[in-house]
Unconditional design. Structure first.
Length: 319
């Protein structure tokens, strides 16, 4: 048994007794209060272990750059065996090599595992299905964590959006995750534990101007996720959404360029305008969004299910 297997026993997780419930008689309480204190201290000390993903396999889509890349990096560092999915195979190979080197360096010997590359266009559902079946049978163990992430739909006024933009986004953001969940579900159910985390947008709370296709599709994803959370909780599987605010990635740069063109401004002027919308006065780093994803993937988030978690520096102006 390797270290990773020792550190994580997913089968038993959702069956653990609820530790906050006290079933002891009144006379017993004083006697054990000191013991409780020291147990609480111990559990505080154990916090990092609760964030540990060792022994789990995670499929991260949209992993070649931006938020997905940062998620993949953080999950590898948290001990998960990660499968990297996106279209650009050479970028994924490069990242896999980088991470394998980091793992080997960290262990002082050969890496226990190397990240796998799954080069696939999410909008090609037939190819995705075949690729997933091959991946699952090659792995020979369940994929317990699925991070559903992809590129955002094109921006612009909704009245000008062609049907193809909706169709493409529906395939990549709704139909592909639906297919992936269906394929991963038997494994998650068998191990009695699973995590589905969707990287969507704060537009599920307040639709954003000039992102009509995105607003429409994100609402569908949020509704899909909430329904799924209701269906899967009983198996120890949680489904949650992370809602990034402005995050410094290629996507944000291209949105700023498009906004600058529409408004006759420079990209720097748009950047300054947008930063003023954020109480924290800055954009997020992809790693800051990834941290929330790793938390939702970990044991530490055990009873959190069906939520939308904004990581937006306080920008979203609603409760
Ligand atoms: N950045 C922000 O400010 C921000 C804010 C709110 C919401 N979001 C949302 O968060 C998500 C991630 O954002 P990001 O900024 O990290 O985006 P990004 O930098 O554009 O990265 C998108 C990732 O998705 C992959 N991808 C795109 N289309 C794909 C497809 N059809 N099949 C498979 N992989 C595909 C890309 O890789 P390949 O090219 O290799 O396929 C890339 O790895 C997006 O949905 C975005 O709209 C971002």
């Amino acid at each position: 048994m390797n270290l990773a297997e020792l550190a994580f026993v997913p089968n038993s997780l959702h069956k653990l007794p609820y530790k906050g419930r006290d079933t002891r008689g009144p006379g017993e309480l004083d006697e054990v209060s000191e013991k409780n204190k020291s147990e609480k201290n111990k559990s505080e000390q154990n916090k990092p272990a609760q964030w540990n993903l060792a022994g789990q396999v995670a499929l991260v889509s949209g992993a070649s750059q931006g938020i997905g890349r940062a998620v993949a990096q953080k999950m590898v560092r948290a001990g998960a065996e990660v499968v990297l999915l996106s279209r650009n195979s050479s970028a994924l190979e490069e990242l896999a090599k980088e991470l394998a080197k980091e793992l080997a360096h960290g262990s002082g010997g050969p890496a226990l595992f190397s990240p796998r590359v799954f080069a696939q266009d999410l909008s090609d559902l037939e190819g995705l299905e075949q690729g997933l079946e091959a991946l699952i049978s090659e792995l020979g163990k369940p994929i317990g964590i699925y991070v559903a992430n992809s590129g955002g739909p094109p921006s612009g006024p909704l009245t000008e959006a062609p049907a193809e933009h909706f169709e493409q986004a529906l395939r990549s953001h709704v139909l592909a995750p639906q297919l992936i969940v269906q394929k991963l579900l038997p494994g998650m159910r068998a191990q009695g534990w699973g995590r589905v985390i969707n990287v969507i947008s704060t537009s599920v709370k307040t639709p954003l101007p000039n992102l009509g296709v995105s607003n429409t599709i994100r609402a569908a994803v949020a509704s899909w996720a909430k329904t799924l959370a209701g269906e899967l909780g009983v198996y120890g599987i949680t489904v949650n959404n992370v809602l990034p605010g402005y995050t410094a990635t290629e996507r944000l740069s291209s949105l700023m360029q498009a906004a600058a063109q529409r408004q006759g401004l420079t990209t720097e002027q748009v950047e300054q305008q947008w930063k003023k919308n954020v109480p924290m006065g800055r954009f997020a780093e992809p790693e800051e969004v990834a941290e929330a994803v790793v938390f939702l993937a970990s044991q530490a988030s055990g009873y959190i299910n069906g939520i939308n978690l904004p990581v937006d520096g306080g920008r979203t102006a609603c409760l």
